[in-house]
Structures are given as structure tokens and as C-alpha cells.
Design a protein around this ligand. Structure first.
Ligand code: MN
Length: 223
């Protein structure tokens, strides 16, 4: 069995992993393993073939040497957990799949930086739709997938994705390239060695085989 580590999120005194990530991995014939802030990463890592860094709150801007302007829901314990896991995974060449905040913290862990609030920093007509409780339905928006990218082997050149974020990549991480952009220039996917990340939420659209294919491809890379 292919086991994939997912770092938990901390919400109102509970450690949680959204079930749709677990289900998307199950459909790709992989088993999700919850990673807690107290988990001994060195002993669990040999049991894993990859890590999935899921969505969550904002990354502490101090981690990319900026003052906090409009970042919120910051959790230093979860930031440390995600970054420790990303660094160990890279060191041991485990495959990494990042989603939403996952893409953002991977970018920060690799020396990149973030736009702290799209609506107030970027002139855009698109609604990337941030809602404090992550529950508001959004319309989504088009992305353009870069020809020649790994992502382009999975998705058509243009596709509508959902959008539940108010932050995005500013300075791109070292050793990474952009694999998709929205029409206003927001980075919607990146990839690098042993790494692919997306700004949208494919786990909420796995009934569409195109979006399940991102999980299938992740597990293929883990084999
Ligand atoms: Mn978006």
C-alpha cells in the first residue's frame, strides 16, 4: 500500500484532515496517514511514499521576512509542521503534492514569498474568492496551463478551476517553474523536482476525472 502523509490542520481545539483529500487518495489506491505536530517525523517518514500538503490558514509572513498586513488565521505550530515535513520530504526525495495553502507554504519553504491579499494588492476583475469560513460557493475562473509542463500532460491548455484563496505566490520559489496562470497573472500551479502544487482545490472536484487525475499522477510519481 502506498502511504501518503497529510499534515493536520488545527481548528477550534481539534486536529483535522478534510475527508475529500483522503477520498481522492483512496481512489488513487493510496492510504492517507495523518501527521500531527507531535508526530516523530524521522520515524514515520520511512513508511511514506509522498506527502500531500493541504489547504488551511495563511502562512506567517515573518517566514518570508514581511510584516503582517492582511494575513490571518496564522498558526505557527502548523507552519512549523508543514515546513519540517516539506524539508524532510525533499531531503529524502519523497513526492510532494501541494494544494492551496499547500502551494503557498511550499513556495515559502523554498525561499519564495506571498501576496498577502489579492483583492487589495492586485488589479483584477477575477474573483479568487476568499471567505473567512471557507464555505462560500465561488464561481471559479479560467486558468491557462503552460505547454510542456507536467500539468499539461494531465489538463487541457485552458480549464475552469474553483478558487478559494485570498493569497498567492509573489516571488516564485527556487528550482520551481510556473505551470498555470489565471488571466490576471496569478500563479495557479507550480512544479519542480518531486513536486507539483496547485492553488485551487481539485479534491472538491474529483467526480471530474480530469481533477482526479492530479491525484492519480501524484501516486504514479510515488511508485
Ligand atoms: Mn484562483
Amino acid at each position: 500500500m502506498i502511504r501518503i502523509g497529510i499534515p493536520v490542520r488545527s481548528i477550534s481545539g481539534r486536529y483535522v484532515v478534510n475527508q475529500n483529500y483522503v477520498e481522492a487518495l483512496r481512489r488513487a489506491n493510496a492510504e492517507a496517514v495523518m501527521i500531527l505536530p507531535t508526530t516523530d517525523l524521522d520515524s514515520i517518514l520511512p513508511l511514506l511514499k509522498g506527502i500531500l500538503i493541504p489547504g488551511g490558514g495563511d502562512v506567517d509572513p515573518g517566514l518570508y521576512d514581511e510584516e503582517n498586513t492582511l494575513s490571518d488565521l496564522i498558526d505557527p505550530v502548523i507552519d512549523r509542521l508543514d515546513i519540517a515535513l516539506i524539508e524532510l520530504a525533499l531531503k529524502h526525495q519523497l513526492e510532494i503534492f501541494g494544494i492551496c495553502r499547500g502551494q503557498q507554504i511550499i513556495n515559502v519553504a523554498l525561499q519564495g514569498s506571498l501576496i498577502q491579499d489579492i483583492p487589495s494588492s492586485v488589479k483584477t476583475k477575477l474573483d479568487h474568492s476568499y471567505s473567512e469560513h471557507h464555505s462560500a460557493p465561488t464561481q471559479g475562473h479560467l486558468i491557462k496551463v503552460k505547454a510542456g509542463s507536467r500539468l499539461s500532460t494531465l489538463l487541457p491548455p485552458e480549464i475552469i478551476v474553483n478558487s478559494y484563496h485570498h493569497q498567492a505566490i509573489k516571488k516564485l520559489a527556487e528550482h520551481c517553474s510556473v505551470s498555470a496562470l489565471s488571466e490576471d497573472g496569478i500563479i495557479e500551479a507550480i512544479e519542480g523536482p518531486h513536486l507539483l502544487a496547485v492553488q485551487w482545490h481539485p479534491e472538491r472536484m474529483i467526480e471530474d476525472p480530469l481533477f482526479q487525475s492530479l491525484f492519480d499522477d501524484f501516486i504514479q510519481r510515488c511508485l
